[in-house]
Structure formats: C-alpha cells, structure tokens
Design a protein around this ligand. Structure first.
Ligand code: VGL
Length: 193
C-alpha cells in the first residue's frame, strides 16, 4: 500500500470573507498543516488542487450556473489560504479552467505538466489517497468518488474538511455517500496508518 495526501481547494474564496465562503472553511488550515507535516515525515507525496475559473463560465450564476463568481484565475480569492503550508514544489492540479467545465473533481484536473492527476499517482505507485479540504459536499466528494471509481482506495479526512451546505446536512450526506461507495473516514488520530 502506497499513500498520497490530496488537499482540495483550500482557497480564500471558500473561506470566511470569500465569495463562496464555507462556514469554518479556514478551520481546516491548521489541521491540514498537521497532515502535511506528518505526510512529509512519512515520505508521503502531497498533491493539491485549485479551482481556477475564467471570468466567464457556465459555472457562475451570471451565466446560467449555480454559483456566485469565485476563484477567478489570478485573483486574490483564487489564491491558497495564506496560512496553508504546502511544501515548495507541491504538484498542483488545476480544475474548472474552461468556460464549460465545473471541475469539481481533482481527478478532472491537470497538473503543471498537462497530465491528469491519476497518471502521476499511478506512476508513483500510489494505491490509496487521503483527501481533505473544501468543500466536503462538492470537490472533496467528487474527488473521493472519482478516486474510488478509478481503482484507488480513499480516506476522507473528516477533521480537515467542511461543507458548503446549500441544504443543511449536505456535508453529512456527502460523507455517507462516500462511505457507502467504499471510502473510509479518517482523522489525525489514525494518520498515517
Ligand atoms: C466547490 C462549489 C463550487 C468546491 C467549487 O471546491 O468544493 N464548491 N465550486
């Protein structure tokens, strides 16, 4: 079993004060910093994703989509939370960067070298991913379900994820759905196992 840590969309617009703020979104930052430190100590590869939209996209309510304008390429809202301690050189998967693409899953993203995340994981022999970040009910959910469907084991870092909760309870329903699909739920107490 070879593991990787996946950190999903810990960007200013998903944190309090941001354009699509998740309640307590910033609370994941110190917890993820601890996951990052432990992953580094264990020699576990770390990957991060960023939601990276063009100014005009069908993802935004202005153009027929569900969401307020958020994470527009190059804006402060699209930057990672300033306290997130991603190690220098962490590969970043960019998602949602076309006018059509919602890009919820990190597995739909491309790394700097243009490759999909799954190729980079397989090349490194990764068989299990640990996924935390924002938001539980959208990008974390989609990333975990894709990981499972692509043949990886998946663990959701429940203490390092928060939900948008358009409808109250969406975060819990997403966790139930991920678990029903075969994901395990995990906290710092169990990491790394
Ligand atoms: C996300 C809602 C809209 C996410 C992205 O990163 O989970 N949620 N766009």
């Amino acid at each position: 079993m070879s593991d990787a840590l996946l950190i999903v969309d810990v960007q200013n617009d998903f944190c309090p004060g941001g354009a699509l703020a998740v309640a307590e979104g910033d609370a994941v930052v110190p917890v993820l910093n601890e996951y990052i430190a432990r992953a580094q100590a264990a020699g576990m590869p770390i990957f991060a994703s960023r939601d990276w939209h063009p100014p005009v996209t069908r993802h935004f309510a202005l153009y027929g989509g569900p969401w307020p304008v958020h994470c527009v390429q190059g804006t402060p809202g699209a930057a990672f939370h300033p306290d997130l301690r991603l190690p220098p050189g962490t590969p970043i998967a960019t998602t949602g960067d076309t006018a059509e693409d919602a890009g919820y899953s990190m597995f739909e993203g491309t790394l700097d070298d243009g490759r999909p995340l799954a190729d980079a994981l397989r090349e490194r022999g990764i068989t299990r991913v640990h996924v935390g970040g924002l938001a539980t009910d959208y990008c974390v959910r989609a990333t975990v379900l894709d990981a499972l469907h692509q043949g990886f084991e998946a663990r959701v870092l429940t203490d390092a994820a928060r939900g948008v909760n358009v409808t109250p309870g969406d975060d819990q329903r997403a966790l139930d759905e991920m678990a029903a699909d075969g994901a395990r739920l995990e906290t710092l107490r169990e990491f790394p196992s």
